[in-house]
Design a binder for this molecule. Structure first.
Ligand code: SF4
Length: 764
């Protein structure tokens, strides 16, 4: 298949071909970005003589689309030359990312031309996990429709649909398909902040995540919310953080200039994350005690008469058991420090308390986050700039924001269903549950029991290897789509995704395949999905947006509205957020249940902290060398899993950087090299997620370890979400040593005697 810019498209009705080409640019049928100028550095002329020989000289176009590197729904503009995507940047006017783009967004271009992409449909030829042979799309769809005919319309749950978190029109389509087919639909989103969503609903009465107005706060107290690395919408928060740090020297968003000084950040987390490293103060709290610390802060605020708002049902008397002196040991934070924290938080206004990540990763996760969010009520931060602002609903009533993450119990029920033969067909799209679920669930073995597994992945990942049929999807730069940010940035937003290059191989859009399958099955499924293509569904949504009005795109007729929508990369309201939507606050119990852990402390003396990798995420970015080679923000390690070990603990155990140790929990074992971390608490061992693939392309396979193999299947008591901080582990040297690839500490420490290794690492 050619990669040239073939297929100009047909002019929509009402536009001449000349008008159409003027609007769409020259090339691939995508609509050129015109919302803003391209980045200034791209406008500088580059001498032809400096270009590599294989760089063709031709016109360049920028197209606006959606970044699908994570679920934050940022807008991206992609530079296309000679039909090839060359560079991605942030869409300048987009309200989520405001012109910025993280490394994962940048890497979309590398993924597009990955040499291990699947080039067309495949059917299994031998044992599961063995070989595949190419088949045509017609053959593949016939097989799929035939299999589904036996399960659709029968008892519900015989078809299992497994996807990543979805939003926008993709979620709408899946919801309709699953409903009409009687399928059980699970979303693999273990780190999807279900406890935070529940706490926001319980305490603030909000149906969706609010806008945390970091930019306009003067003091931010963050519990576990690693918002500068990976939490929820890191580019959105990174932009806000820059403004927060600059005070009125920066460009503000919603608040008037009032001589506001530079903001002050205190970060509470058992691990020294990227957010901790950027904070003015870092408090390494004991894992699972974050809610207790928040109640103690509340006790000081109330007992010293510093409260400015509602008390969330709390009183100084009821909180007496949480006075700083009484919780100092349990939290690991000195009583004096808690008092100072409470006074600063109450008096340095506007202040904002954030909670999430590791603070919600325990069996008491939702309860902890309720206590943390309640601090905002105490200082009147809910509904005012620099605090918590309710987000508007998605702009169209039938357009879902991010789907709710499936609970641990949902996955356990699916495993039981697969083992019992009650789910004969499994369809997997955009998710890799064999790698992405804790090994303790036994999902891989259960999947082997399923009679028919279909994968829509573009790569042979661990789940796809076990499939019977592989129907590779277009990659994001080749496909239509939309995304609704959750959290939104204070506006109602739909980010629109358009194909900016022609499909490189014989792939199809997942939405289009579902529509074709529905058409093949007919009956209620076809009636529920009446659109001929996914693009037609998007256009229907665009018509509804035009009828709604009040957004960034206005046009006298639909075709112009559609073109402008694609040019802008989405639709959003432009009015500032308001307090509308907040209802009466709920109450917070004055006692905090202790977090439960698996593994007796005598046998497993350390808390295991697993965290999403800054660029590899939970493993979905591990196939891309750009993301493998991006240094971790604090350790600078690349291409490897490591365990962060306190220097004194390392000294006591005779460990130095690069020593390979076995980390064992009651549920599993991994082997990883040591990184002696000056800021690692002595009772915490922290490992990044992302590696440990046994498949997924040449750059992911056989590299590092998967810490999910260690996790106990414990859940947050309120939501049933995986309590990924609830596992205790032990550590044992293996006697082996490797070089830890990293950017800092250029001294090759592994070649030095052990005592020198410790010294060099500490000084670094
Ligand atoms: S935060 Fe997510 S959506 Fe935004 S640029 Fe990064 S990967 Fe893309």
């Amino acid at each position: 298949m050619t990669e040239s810019a073939a297929g100009q498209g047909t002019p929509p009705r009402g536009l001449s071909r000349r008008q159409f080409l003027a609007l769409t640019g020259t090339g691939v049928g995508a609509v050129m970005f015109t919302g803003c100028q391209p980045p200034r550095h791209e406008l500088q002329a580059q001498s032809r003589v400096l270009l590599a020989e294989d760089v063709l000289s031709a016109y360049e176009n920028w197209y606006a689309t959606a970044c699908r590197g994570c679920d934050a729904a940022c807008g991206t503009i992609v530079r296309v030359i000679d039909g090839r995507a060359r560079k991605a940047e942030g869409t300048p006017d987009h309200p989520v990312n405001q012109g910025k783009l993280c490394a994962r967004g940048q890497a979309a271009v590398q993924e597009q031309y990955h040499p291990d992409r699947l080039q067309g449909p495949l059917a299994r030829t031998g044992e599961r996990g063995g070989g595949f042979a190419p088949i045509s799309w017609d053959q593949a769809l016939d097989q799929l429709v035939e299999r589904l005919r036996g399960v659709v319309g029968g008892p519900s749950g015989r078809l299992a649909l497994l996807t990543r978190a979805l939003s926008g029109h993709g979620a709408l389509l899946l919801d309709r398909f699953a409903g009409a087919a009687g399928a059980q639909w699970l979303t693999l989103d273990l780190f999807g902040e279900a406890p935070l969503r529940q706490a926001v609903s319980d305490l603030l009465g909000l149906p969706r995540l609010p806008h945390f107005d970091i930019a306009n706060a003067r003091y931010v107290l963050s519990f576990g919310a690693n918002f500068l690395d990976t939490w929820l919408a890191p580019v959105q928060y990174g932009v806000q953080y820059g403004r927060f740090r600059q005070g009125d020297y920066g460009v503000q968003t919603f608040a008037p200039r009032q001589g506001r000084p530079r903001g002050y950040l205190v970060h509470v987390e058992p691990r020294f994350s990227g957010t901790a490293a950027n904070a003015d103060e870092w408090l390494p709290v004991r894992p699972g005690s974050e809610g207790l610390l928040a109640l103690s802060v509340a006790q000081v605020i109330l007992s010293e008469g510093l409260a400015r708002g509602g008390a969330a049902g709390l009183s100084a008397g009821a909180l007496a058991a949480n006075a700083p002196e009484r919780v100092a040991d349990a939290t690991g934070v000195a009583a004096d420090r808690i008092r100072t924290l409470a006074r600063d938080f109450a008096t340095r206004q506007p202040s904002l308390a954030l909670g999430g990540g590791l603070a919600g990763a325990h069996t008491n996760g939702t309860a902890s986050l309720r206590a943390i969010l309640a601090l905002n009520l105490l200082v009147g931060a809910v509904g005012r700039p620099g605090g918590i602002l309710p987000n508007p609903a998605p702009p169209l009533p039938d357009l879902p924001a991010r789907t709710a993450p499936s609970r641990l119990a949902d996955w356990q029920a699916l495993v039981a269903s697969l083992r019992g033969g009650q789910s004969p067909v499994v369809m997997v799209a955009g998710a890799n549950p064999v790698h992405g679920l804790p090994a303790a669930l036994g999902f891989r073995d259960a999947l082997l029991q399923a009679p028919f597994v279909v994968s829509f992945s573009s790569f042979l990942d661990e789940t796809t290897l076990l499939a019977d049929l592989v129907l590779p999807s277009h990659l994001p730069l080749e496909d239509w789509g939309s995304a609704v940010p959750d959290p939104a940035p204070g506006n109602a937003v739909v980010t629109v995704q358009q194909p900016v290059v022609q499909p490189l191989y014989d792939t199809r859009g997942f939405g289009d395949v579902l529509l074709a399958v529905a058409g093949g099955l007919g009956g209620p499924l076809q009636a529920a999905l009446p659109w001929p293509t996914f693009e037609a569904l998007l256009r229907e949504g665009a018509r509804a947006l035009q009828a709604r009005g009040g957004g960034n795109v206005e046009a006298p007729d639909f075709e112009r509205f559609w073109v402008q929508l694609l040019q802008q990369g989405g639709w959003w309201t432009t009015s500032p957020p308001t307090a509308a939507g907040a209802s009466s606050p709920g109450a917070v119990p004055p006692e905090m249940a202790a977090a439960q852990f698996t593994g007796a402390p005598a046998d497993y003396p350390y808390h295991l902290v697993v965290f999403p990798h800054n660029t590899l995420g939970h493993g979905e970015g591990a196939h891309l060398p750009w993301l493998q080679a991006t240094p971790d923000p604090t350790t600078t390690v690349v291409w490897q899993t490591w365990v962060e070990v306190n220097p004194r603990l390392a000294e006591r155990l005779g460990l130095a950087e690069g020593d390979v140790v076995a980390i064992e929990s009651p549920n599993g074992r991994v082997e990883v090299p040591v990184y002696v971390h000056p800021a690692a608490p002595p009772d915490v061992l922290a490992l990044p997620l992302g590696q440990g693939h046994t498949a997924y392309g040449r750059w992911a396979r056989g590299r590092g370890a998967n810490p999910l193999d260690l996790l106990a299947p414990l859940a947050d008591e309120a939501t049933g979400a995986l309590a990924y901080g609830a596992t205790r582990v032990r550590l044992a040297p293996t006697g082996r040593r490797v070089a830890v690839p990293k950017f800092e500490g250029t001294v090759p420490a592994y070649q030095l005697p052990d005592d020198e290794v410790v010294k060099v690492t500490r000084e670094a």
